[in-house]
Design a protein around this ligand. Structure first.
Ligand code: FES
Length: 90
């Protein structure tokens, strides 16, 4: 039986790279917190913009995403695809 590869998430934060396993049931913010990265956040409801990140690669769930110009609000956005690459402002 073919082994399925788990979806990966890569985060660049303060000039360091972090890798983790993506859980598409969790928001991007929750995935990043699971990786023990201290990403800024406040309202956790897609309102304040504190958790803004820039997505370089990967597909957002269009029904569960809050975007502003070129940024994504990580607390209110979810990913669909494997091989995700996220850049976080830090
Ligand atoms: S924490 Fe406020 S928009 Fe994400």
């Amino acid at each position: 039986m073919e082994k399925r590869h788990a979806a990966q998430i890569k985060v660049e934060f303060r000039n360091q790279e972090y890798f983790g396993e993506l859980d598409t049931a969790l928001s991007i913010l929750e995935n990043i917190e699971r990786m023990k990265i201290p990403i800024r956040n406040s309202c956790r409801r897609g309102l304040c913009g504190a958790c803004r990140i820039k997505l370089h690669q990967g597909q957002l769930d269009p029904d569960r995403t809050v975007e502003e110009e070129e940024h994504v609000y990580a607390c209110a956005s979810y990913l669909l695809e494997d091989d995700v690459h996220v850049f976080v402002y830090g």
